[in-house]
Structure formats: C-alpha cells, structure tokens
Design a protein around this ligand. Structure first.
Ligand code: FE
Length: 348
C-alpha cells in the first residue's frame, strides 16, 4: 500500500523531469518493462542517456532524483516495499553509505566485469563505477613550483602554512580522500596530515571546490584541493570569467606514496528489494557501456572508468595522469574514521 501511495509522486517526477508519458506502476504492467532509477545525478545531459536506453531496450525509466543522503534515507524508509531498482550517485563514500545501510544486493554480470576495472567496483558486486574523478590540487604557478605539490604529504608541511583552501569536512569528497590516506598510511600518520592541513588553511572552510579554485586566483591562497572535473569545467566551459581564472591557476595531480593520484568514481548499485532486478542490471550495464562512459565524460568532465574508452576532447587534455590503484571500497569504508580524525583536528 505504501507502494501505491508513491505512484503519483513517481509519475509526477517522470513527467516533469523526463517529459515522458507518465503512466502505470513501478513494476511491469501489461507487459511493459520498467526500471525505477533513484539518482543523485542531476544533469540535463543524462536525459539523452535515459532516452537512448529506452530506445535500445524498450525499458521505460521511472526517475527519482534527490541528494545522495536523502535518497538513501528514502529507500531505507520504503523498506522491503521500495520500488527502487537502481541507485546512482557520485563518490564511493556515498555508495558505501547506502551499502552500510543494507540497501544493495550484490550482482554479477559479464558485461560489468568486462567494463569496470576491479579496483573501481565493490569487491562483492554491491556497486560499480562507470566514470572516474581525481581529487587533486589547483595552484598558483607564480608562487608554487609543480614539485612542491606533486605529493599529498607535502600539502601538510610548513611550506604551505596559511596557503591552502579546502572545503569543509562534511564533504564526502574530503572524507574519501582522508579515507584513502588512512588506508595507505594508517590513522596515526593520517591524523598528523589532517592536523597539518588545518594548520595550513588560509581561511576556515567555506564554499565548494570551484570557490577554492577562484580563491587561488584571487590571492586568498596558493593551493586549492579540488575534484578534477570542476577545474576542467571551468577551463573548458562557457563562463569567460572562470576560463580566465584557470589561465592563471594550474592543475596538478599529487601522488600518494608514488603510486598516483586519489581517484574516486560515479557509480551505482542494484537495490536489495529491487522489483525489476534484471532491468536494473541492464541499466547499470548501459551506464558502464563505452558509449555512456564517453557521453558522461564529455558532459560532466569526468574520466571514463574503462581503460579502453578514450577520454573525449577537451577532457583528454587532463587525462594523462597516474591513478592510484587502491580499490574504491577500501577508502569508502574509512569514512567514519576520516570524520573523527578531521573533527579532532578542528577541520570544520
Ligand atoms: Fe561534485
């Protein structure tokens, strides 16, 4: 009955966000195939993907959009009557939260195994990545030498006292980065690093990643910690002001223990009570297809997950970096530990 009460909402969401005919239930009806996609991605460019999936498979997508934590809370509240088939979001940390809440079921598929490198998926098959993003730095090349920012460890040293801009510790991006350091270094050394970053902050954390990049150009700090696609979007997008900023601010890919930059994913998993499991797997496979990876890379400036998918221009100009081979699930599950180290250090 709970399922029924959701129907108008589902129909309204689909009608407004996709412009598709809003009808029928979250399950198959009259032989019609459907899949209920709960997504924290909210890009106009994704609509073209959904339409292509329906055209190719005949499976209609019911779309529920929301913030990651809101969707997790909603699926949890819906319980075993949840119509949710597939949950898609950015950052392995957000996927881990859904897994930790018991929302996923492990799935295996030849296509997913072939399309998604082993380190970019949860080992039991609870979730899979289809694009990559690096958490790296943007810096002022007039003040900072590239070799001063080629290693995450260096960011916490006295060289950068009062020179670093970074967003708050409630950002899952930062939790995942610190989680990766814990995985590599253990909590003690990482705790020292976190304290060093707090000591090096040019100002108390405020704003998002793009605001940190803008602050470098404004002379507020010399180095900003940012996800790669924000910088690439500013450098290659339509905003002339942002473009001018990136001409004065350079991008660097620091290395973790010489093994490469910290890499995260956009990805998704099939939900435990999925009423249309087969269709959910098909949609996840579709996201992981070469065409979809290319499409998402082009429109959201992330990097494809599969090594055989060439990064499209203009993102390709930034794609030639070494990525750390750490499994995304290994740092994702370190979030609670990361949060406590950051809180203890006063990273607000
Ligand atoms: Fe983002």
């Amino acid at each position: 009955m709970f399922k029924r009460s959701l129907l108008p909402l589902l129909a309204a969401t689909v009608a407004t966000s996709l412009g598709l005919a809003a009808c029928s239930a979250p399950g198959s009806k009259d032989g019609e195939q459907v899949v209920n996609l709960y997504t924290a991605r909210h890009y106009d460019s994704d609509k073209a993907l959904y339409e292509r999936f329906t055209k190719e498979t005949g499976i209609r997508i019911n779309l529920i959009e929301g913030k990651p934590d809101e969707l997790v809370a909603r699926i949890k509240a819906e319980g075993e009557n949840s119509p949710a088939d597939l949950f898609i979001t950015a950052d392995a940390g957000s996927l881990w939260r859904a897994q930790d809440a018991g929302l996923f079921q492990p799935v295996t598929s030849e296509a997913l195994a072939a399309r998604v490198p082993a380190n970019l998926r949860e080992p039991e098959g609870n979730w899979y990545g289809f694009t990559r993003r690096a958490r790296i730095v943007a810096y002022d090349p007039a003040k900072v030498k590239p070799e001063e920012v080629d290693d995450y460890a260096k960011l916490a040293g006295p060289r950068f006292k009062g020179k670093i801009c970074v967003r708050s510790s409630d950002s899952v991006y930062n939790l995942s980065l610190v989680g990766a350091l814990i995985e590599a270094w253990g909590p003690e050394k990482t705790g020292e690093w976190v304290k060093g970053i707090v000591a090096n902050m040019a100002r108390p954390p405020e704003g998002g990643d793009r605001d940190q990049i803008r602050a470098v150009s404004a002379g507020v700090c010399e180095v900003a910690i940012t996800n790669s696609y924000y910088y690439i979007r500013m450098a290659t997008g339509d905003d002339a002001k942002d473009k001018a900023i990136t001409q004065k601010v350079s991008l660097a890919f620091p290395s973790l223990d010489g093994q490469g930059a910290h890499v995260n994913i956009s990805g998704g998993g099939v939900l435990r009570h999925s009423p249309n499991k087969g269709n959910a797997i098909k949609l996840l496979e579709f996201f992981a297809s070469a065409d979809s990876q290319r499409h998402i890379s082009l429109h959201n400036n992330e990097f494809p997950a599969s090594p055989d998918v060439a990064t499209p221009a203009p993102v390709d100009a930034y794609a030639k970096f070494k990525a750390h081979p750490m499994n995304v699930a290994a740092f994702a599950r370190r979030q609670p530990q990361a949060q406590s180290l950051m809180s203890a250090a006063g990273w607000r």
